[in-house]
Structure formats: structure tokens, C-alpha cells
Design a protein around this ligand. Structure first.
Ligand code: DX5
Ligand code: ZN
Length: 216
């Protein structure tokens, strides 16, 4: 997996025209398709589940990056993989048995990511960093698109990079929330490999152009 990747978040897409928006992304420079699943319990919002995964799996030609903002993700990861997820990320805060869930995802043939909320310290990953394929740092409190970027994320990127290097881990660093045309380059320079962007892509007059600009 190479660096400086853009993962547009479908949460900001037009769900009445989902096929159109997925095809637009297929023809864009987007690298991944970020899929935000919310259960109304782990986060104060509900997004969508398997019925929406079906058209995503059917139409997307991109790497499908599923971000589970749900309690007890272990009960659902296999079904998300069966619905086309190439990578499944689960929240540290939602997993009592994180090692078991990460192992389950990998055993089922997908890449496994762990997500940290803004207030969860990076050091909590010390005993799982070797095994995970990705660390997703939330740069907003999860639940909604279009929120303001939390500046403390830069410090956490540096800490995550150090943790990865000191453990010979191959994990990528992904940033999610409030990414825009003003901070994208700075985030990549700070060590991010993948940037999620919802509002910055879909509220732009040309989403394809926004994706190109986010990579500059
Ligand atoms: C927030 C989601 C994000 C969200 C990002 O809970 O995990 O992926 O869609 O949206 P923007 O880029 O608009 O902050
Ligand atoms: Zn997300």
C-alpha cells in the first residue's frame, strides 16, 4: 500500500444518487472509498448498514475502507468483509478484546485497522501496533461529517510514527475528520499516509478536482 492516499467519505455523498457518486469516484484520483458505519450507540448518529454496502460493493472499483463506529464490532466484521470490505477498522474504545477482533478480521482475509478517538492516547496501541495494518486517528469526535479539525492530531501523528518505527510495524496512518484543502499537505508532511475527506470533496463544485487538490 503506497502513501499520500485520499479516501473520500461516502457519508457526504448523495444517497439518492449513490451509484452516480460511486462511479464519479471510480473515475477520479481517489485511492480508497471510506465507508462510515454508525450504530447510534457508540456514536450519537446512525448512518447505514448492509443494504447500502450492497450497491457500494457492486459499483465501486476502489479499495473499500470500512470504518465501524459501532459497539461489539466482532459480531459484524465477517459480514462486512463478505460485503466487499478490503479493510475493516474498529475503535479501540469499542473493543474489550481488541486483539481477538483484529485477528478475526485478518483471518477472514481483510486488512485490519484500529481507530483512536481524539482523547485516547496513542500509547494504548503499544501492544497491538505490530499486528495492525493501519492506525486511524480521529481528528474530530466521530459521528458527523463537516466538523472542525482538532489540531492536537499533529502531535498524535508524530507519536504514532514513532511507535510504528520503534516496533518495526508496517501500519499506515490514516486521518479522519475535518481534512480540507488547507491542512491536507501539512498532514501528509507530518506523516499521514491516508486522508479521509467527506465535506472537502462533496461540497466542492468539482469533487474530482477537490481530490486532485487534496493530493498536492
Ligand atoms: C466522522 C466520520 C468521518 C466523516 C468525515 O465520524 O468518521 O469519516 O465522514 O467527514 P469530514 O471530512 O466532512 O469531516
Ligand atoms: Zn470515518
Amino acid at each position: 500500500m503506497k502513501n499520500r492516499l485520499i479516501a473520500p467519505s461516502l457519508l457526504s455523498a448523495d444517497f439518492g444518487n449513490l451509484e452516480r457518486d460511486i462511479k464519479m469516484l471510480n473515475n477520479s484520483q481517489a485511492d480508497w472509498l471510506h465507508v462510515d458505519v454508525m450504530d447510534g450507540r457508540f456514536v450519537p448518529n446512525i448512518s447505514f448498514g448492509f443494504p447500502v454496502m450492497k450497491p457500494i460493493q457492486k459499483h465501486s472499483e476502489k479499495f473499500i475502507d470500512v470504518h465501524l463506529m459501532i459497539l461489539q464490532p466482532e459480531n459484524y466484521v465477517e459480514e462486512f468483509i463478505n460485503h466487499g470490505a478490503d479493510l475493516v477498522s474498529v475503535h479501540y474504545e469499542a473493543c474489550t478484546h481488541l486483539h481477538r477482533v483484529i485477528t478475526l478480521i485478518q483471518d477472514k482475509g481483510a486488512k485490519a485497522g484500529v481507530v483512536l478517538n481524539p482523547s485516547t492516547p496513542v500509547l494504548m496501541l503499544e501492544d497491538i501496533i505490530e499486528q495492525v495494518d493501519l492506525v486511524l486517528l480521529m481528528s474530530v469526535n466521530p459521528g458527523f461529517g463537516g466538523q472542525k479539525f482538532i489540531e492536537n492530531t499533529y502531535k498524535k501523528i508524530a507519536e504514532t510514527k514513532d511507535l510504528i518505527l520503534s516496533n518495526n510495524s508496517t501500519a499506515l496512518i490514516e486521518i479522519d475528520g475535518g481534512v480540507n484543502l488547507d491542512n491536507a499537505a501539512k498532514l501528509f508532511d507530518a506523516g499521514a499516509d491516508v486522508l479521509v475527506a467527506g465535506n472537502a470533496v462533496f461540497s466542492h463544485e468539482s469533487p474530482e478536482r477537490a481530490i486532485e487538490l487534496l493530493k498536492l
